[in-house]
Unconditional design. Structure first.
Length: 394
């Protein structure tokens, strides 16, 4: 009896301690939002993340080891890590002019190597193996995943500083996207055989908007038509959120996913600001969550549950926390100025992302190069979008 009482007393003490301690854990990781994002200049975290990425692109061995590890899991991550880093560096160069020469040098290295690999190895080098499983519907085969992100890389570089060679490559890439969309009865371009992704379309449309800012052309009608199509065909009726993938005839396949929606909302800011705000606020309600002072994001709304894939990352049971969606939520929160959510997400990643710092450089051991590059983009975004929104440059 005495032993039983001691056990019960111990359990009660543990429960009481947990009730006191757990709600306070987040205070050890809480930082002001300015630790991650500031409107002008660079935040401490942006500087530290950038330092790590600069090391990767100046140390060939370090870069090869990092990229090889990612390509074992997903060749797309190699490509997207390049894209997010180039976009982030363009914003960094605008935010801090003293960093512009280093940013330009690294951006050019990334862009040139990426284009060379695309030429030499073909579009499937940066795609998952099933890209070869069957023919593309439209021939010759192209992937909007590659075309849209490369176009936005080139456009971002030219916003920071013009380069005639890249100007012509940007025009060529945008012309291919525009021609493809206009030729498609449903304004749907493939990334994989008969597989179209909303994420890739809005990135491509954002690239077109930036290119229009640079060269004075106007594709407003095409962009408006795509948004009208998306509102009509690609909105999940129960949640009001855009679906993730669809076929070339505009039929939805995979419903709303947090690992793409946060970036979709951000890109829509250049395409249709009201629609962008609507999608962010819906995603925030449907996918965002907080527990004990830590914020996170789910992969799916309660009204739809899809298959977990490599982009979702591990799904934590009960709370349905998705690593992929939580990481991308930084982009949404930064883009829409949601400071409480962003600050709490920052606390979460410092708690659960296993940060390591060395010589002023920061990496998250719970992430990888593409994840950290997306965080860097979230910590620096703003200047490119703001320039384009101001209108045609003088």
């Amino acid at each position: 009896m005495k032993r039983g009482k001691h056990i019960l007393a111990g359990v009660a003490a543990l429960i009481a301690a947990a009730a006191i301690w757990l709600p306070c854990v987040h205070l050890l990781f809480a930082r002001p939002v300015s630790d991650f994002y500031v409107k002008e200049g660079l935040s401490p975290k942006a500087r530290a993340l950038a330092a790590r990425h600069m090391q990767l692109w100046t140390d060939p061995l370090m870069r090869r080891q990092e990229l090889d590890r990612m390509r074992v899991s997903n060749a797309e991550w190699d490509f997207m890590g390049r894209s997010y880093l180039v976009w982030a560096l363009a914003n960094m160069g605008l935010r801090q002019p003293s960093s512009k020469p280093d940013c330009l040098q690294t951006m050019d290295r990334i862009i040139d190597e990426t284009l060379q690999l695309e030429r030499q190895k073909g579009i499937t080098f940066f795609l998952m193996p099933y890209a070869k499983a069957r023919p593309y519907v439209v021939q010759p085969a192209r992937s909007l995943f590659l075309d849209g992100e490369i176009a936005l890389m080139l456009a971002s570089r030219c916003i920071l500083q013009e380069k005639p060679e890249y100007d012509s490559l940007l025009t060529e890439r945008v012309n291919l996207i525009v021609a493809g969309l206009r030729h498609s009865p449903h304004l749907a371009l493939e990334s994989y055989p008969d597989e179209c992704w909303t994420f890739d379309h809005v990135v491509a449309l954002a690239a077109i908007r930036v290119a229009d800012y640079l060269d004075g052309r106007d594709h407003t009608d095409l962009i408006r038509d795509w948004v009208a199509m998306a509102r009509r065909k690609l909105v999940h009726s129960a949640s009001g959120l855009l679906v993730s993938s669809f076929t070339t005839d505009g039929s939805p396949v995979i419903g709303p996913e947090g690992s793409s929606l946060w970036m979709v909302a951000h890109c829509l800011q250049l395409v249709d600001p009201a629609f962008a705000r609507d999608q962010y606020e819906r995603a925030r309600r449907e996918l965002g969550g907080s527990t004990l002072g830590f914020s996170y994001a789910r992969e799916w709304p309660s009204s739809w549950r899809g298959p977990a894939d490599i982009d979702s990352g591990p799904i934590i049971p009960f709370l349905d926390i998705s690593a992929g969606s939580s990481g991308m939520a930084f982009i949404g929160a930064s883009a829409f100025g949601d400071e409480p959510f962003l600050a709490a997400l920052n606390a979460t990643i410092d708690f659960a992302g296993f940060p390591t710092r060395k010589n002023g450089a920061l990496k998250y051991c719970g992430s990888n190069q593409v994840g950290d590059a997306a965080l860097l983009y979230a910590a620096t975004l703003g200047p490119i979008w703001e320039k384009v929104k101001e209108g045609r440059r003088q």
